[in-house]
Design a binder for this molecule. Structure first.
Ligand code: MCN
Length: 794
């Protein structure tokens, strides 16, 4: 008999350093490009330099004869490979163009693959690719969203339109609110109506590790290493596209160096690499260059938001009408068409309105496809409503936080069904705002602002305000089905108690920088009372993690973590009859804590480790009990989770040069209960950097011919640490009521709140100079032009 120990200190809530950092920061990581297999061949892609053209001929003879070249394939040679999938068209009637991995007749964006060279080295493949001679007949290019939506030229001539779909949510039809037109008419007669058009510029996810692939077909299975966020999706789709039994395909996502949604994609390169390895029966590798990564890995955002907000003269918002144009690019991404509707229910932000109407027109252009980028739909929605709230405050000459407080959902009103059709379970917007104001020194900074305005200081101070909420963890599966999504929202996990008392956890989600090995270990350590160090988390290999729906939408904790928790609970349930048998006690008399079953009211107990060893021996198990302590669980979330927060930015604008500097940034986020505060803080920091980058630095730009002119990090301005400041971060805690962890997702929060905080700050500095609008990113040139009244900012 083992004496019962004290319960070890709680792991959940502890700011542990990430266990994966041991390998990630000491050069022992396993990125795909670090891997090699004997006899491996290499690919180079020949890409179209034109954005829209008919392919009239391809001559591969020179490339075929080049040193080291094994084969060259065109679209005709790979015609049997299936088209790329779109898993989320908005309706069954959406126009979804066929996207073959290698174009055979027509190219629709610059960078589309037209031929593939296979050689004994990557350098030989690249050199030989220059020898592929492709002749094109130019077709007219359409790049501008408004032009594309209004008519021709058409990206896909056979559709006779560039519009893929028009999708509407109306609160009057869904019973979540009144009629928008009526409310707007009322406000026109006796209130305030704001009409605005905001542009969400095109962004590039710009992950650090370019996408890399390696397929080894030489064993019993096709082993496919890919720097992907979605190994389980990839396995299914590549099996279908190449006519390979799914059971013969093993996808491994080893260490993945960032994704930010950009690796939530099934790509032409993946289909091509797999198909060629299969055809040649040889291992094949492909690693894109940085330029290819920026040019052809999907882009994000790219929307025009036409907005009408109605309010009373006292500043109470009554209605919002959102009319979006959303750029799909030339083809549909895996979830690209649904990005607008991931924001559709969030344009009302944290506020109560009477009426709401959202419509999106999804439009094709001759550009690379758009898809998920950190926040996917929710940063766009938050930007729109938070800009509008500031404009309303300016109209009323009211403090922007006061206008927000007039309209937000009070803590006492949760759960609250919004006009957008979501049910927010919990939150306290006033508490987060109060904390942010205090940390920021709001009143003192407002006083300084007034003083600088009065003395016409050339460096003006702006106070940027943004509140937000967002929806994490796509849920539940039934609702996703109603929204026409091909997959569900569940997640799967397995917890295996090993005979030596150690634990293996198999997660269906896989990280690409989020520290899951650490946080999953913390959850299991507390649940099973096993030391953190004794827990191994396995993921990202479809042979090991056989089921899963992967990582995106800040779902890994609120959905994946719950699957882990449920599997761990099942281990305890499974161990209980064995413990009772070993203790010669009635199972009802046992309680479990600190890794031990003990007989209530006694010091008699059995540790899980002992029970696990007893299952190895199986010499004396109760009848009908399985000899193992392994359990699996699939968890389908009951609803989304809704983190929220208030971000404040002190922005200095040099009115003589247009230079914008961030002086102070305070982020108070409420992500419910926290598993690891250090990881949460890191997630917020990373998100802030990307959200600030949208406001100030980043923009993917095409020239008039559809050539990407921001195809390197010289032109595409990803900020470095030197461009940012020390952020002040803090939290409030209102536990989620939709999952047993009480947690809300954090992976996208920083990127959602920060863009409007910065732009509102820039405009707050410039409003006295008559500047009321500015196009992102707020570069010095744009700011200077806005101040000096030069031609409209471009
Ligand atoms: N966490 C926590 N307590 C909470 C919420 C989260 O301790 N209340 C922890 C989680 O356990 C996990 C991390 O924070 O270790 C992030 O959790 P979650 O919010 O569930 O997000 P995911 O793990 O599902 O990651 C996806 C999310 C998204 S959608 C993008 S985009 C993004 C992001 O994560 N891309 C990233 N963060 C990233 N971080 C890095 N380094 N690289 C990326 O590509």
């Amino acid at each position: 008999m083992t004496a019962v120990d004290e319960r070890p200190p709680a792991e959940v809530g502890r700011g542990r350093l990430r266990k994966e950092d041991r390998r990630l920061i000491t050069g022992r990581s396993r990125y795909t490009d670090n891997l090699s297999v004997p006899g491996m061949l290499h690919l180079a892609m020949v890409r179209s330099p034109l954005a829209h053209a008919k392919i009239t001929s391809i001559d591969v003879s020179e490339a075929k004869g080049a040193p080291g070249v094994v084969a060259v394939y065109t679209g005709a040679d790979l015609a049997d490979v299936g088209a790329l999938p779109c898993a989320w068209p908005l309706t069954a009637e959406d126009k979804v163009p066929e996207y073959k991995p290698v174009a055979a007749e027509e190219v629709n964006f610059a960078g589309e693959i037209v031929a593939v060279v296979v050689a004994r080295s990557a350098a030989a493949a690249r050199d030989a690719s220059e020898g592929v001679d492709v002749e094109y007949d130019d077709l007219p290019v359409v790049l501008d969203l408004e032009t594309a939506a209004a008519g021709g030229p058409y990206v896909h001539e056979d559709f006779g339109t560039n519009v893929s779909t028009h999708w509407v949510y109306d609160s009057a039809e869904h019973g979540t609110g009144g009629n928008v037109e009526e409310e707007i008419d009322k406000a026109r007669a006796d209130g305030i109506v704001l009409q605005r058009t905001f542009r969400q510029q095109r962004l590039i996810p710009a992950f650090m590790e370019p996408r890399s692939l390696l397929v080894d077909p030489t064993g019993e299975q096709y082993v496919f290493w890919s720097a992907t966020q979605v190994p389980h999706f990839l396995r299914i789709f590549v099996a279908l596209a190449t006519g390979t039994p799914e059971s013969k395909v093993r996808v491994i996502a080893p260490d993945v160096g960032g994704g930010f949604g950009g690796k939530l994609q099934v790509t032409p390169e993946e289909f091509v690499t797999f198909a060629i390895a299969k055809r040649l029966g040889k291992p094949v590798k492909y690693t894109e260059t940085r330029s290819e990564s920026l040019q052809v890995a999907h882009h994000g955002r790219d929307q025009v938001q036409r907005l009408t907000l109605a309010a009373t003269k006292e500043g109470k918002v009554t209605a919002l009408h959102v009319d979006l144009l959303a750029n799909m690019g030339a083809y549909m991404g895996i979830v690209g068409p649904a990005i607008p509707i991931l924001g559709a229910n969030m344009f009302n932000g944290i506020y109560k309105f009477n009426a709401y109407r959202f419509e999106t027109t999804n439009v094709f252009t001759n550009t690379v496809r758009t898809d998920a980028y950190r926040g996917a739909g929710r940063p766009e929605a938050t930007f729109a409503i938070e800009r509008l709230m500031n404009d309303l405050a300016a109209e009323l000459e009211m403090d922007p936080l006061e206008v927000r407080a007039k309209n937000w959902i009070e803590a006492s009103e949760f759960p609250f069904r919004t006009v957008g059709g979501m049910t927010y379970d919990s939150g306290d917007y006033a508490a987060a705002t109060d904390k942010a104001k205090e940390l920021f020194g709001y009143d003192a900074l407002r006083a300084e602002q007034a003083e600088r305005r009065a003395r016409k200081d050339p460096v003006q101070l702006g106070i940027g305000v943004s509140t937000y909420t967002e929806a994490c963890g796509l849920a539940p599966s039934r609702v996703l089905g109603n929204l026409n999504y091909l997959a569900g929202g569940w997640e799967h996990a397995q917890v295996r108690m090993l005979p030596t008392g150690k634990v293996e956890v198999v997660a269906g989600t896989s990280p690409h920088g989020q520290g899951h090995e650490t946080t999953v270990s913390q959850i299991v350590a507390d649940k099973l009372g096993i030391p953190f160090e004794d827990i191994e988390v396995l993921h990202g290999d479809t042979q090991v993690s056989q089921r899963g729906l992967d990582t995106y939408g800040s779902r890994s904790l609120v959905v994946g973590g719950m699957a882990v928790l449920k599997a761990a609970e099942k281990v305890i349930e499974k161990a209980k009859p064995i413990a009772a048998h070993m203790l010669e006690a009635n199972p009802d008399d046992l309680e479990f804590s600190g890794g031990q079953f003990r007989v209530k009211g006694t010091d008699q107990g059995k540790a899980l480790a002992e029970i696990a060893f007893a299952t190895l021996q199986a010499h004396d198990l109760p009848d009908g009990v399985e000899p193992n302590l392994d359990s699996s669980a699939a968890y389908d979330p009951v609803d989304w989770s809704f983190p929220h927060g208030t971000h404040l930015a002190a922005i200095e604008v040099d009115t003589e040069t247009g230079q914008v500097s961030i002086r102070k940034y305070v982020a108070v986020d409420d992500v419910g209960n926290v598993v690891n505060p250090l990881i949460v803080e890191g997630q917020v920091h990373g998100g802030l950097a990307q959200g600030i980058a949208q406001a100030l630095f980043e923009e993917a730009v095409y020239d008039d011919n559809g050539t990407l002119t921001t195809g390197s990090f010289v032109d595409y301005l990803v900020p470095s640490a030197a461009d940012l400041i020390d952020f002040v971060t803090d939290r409030t805690t209102t536990p989620a009521l939709t999952n047993d962890l009480g947690a809300k997702g954090v992976g996208e929060a920083g990127a959602i709140a920060s863009t409007p905080a910065i732009v509102n700050g820039v405009l707050d500095a410039l409003r006295p100079l008559g500047v009321t609008d500015i196009v992102m990113p707020c570069s010095p040139m744009r700011v200077w032009k806005a101040i000096h009244g030069a031609t409209a900012p471009t």
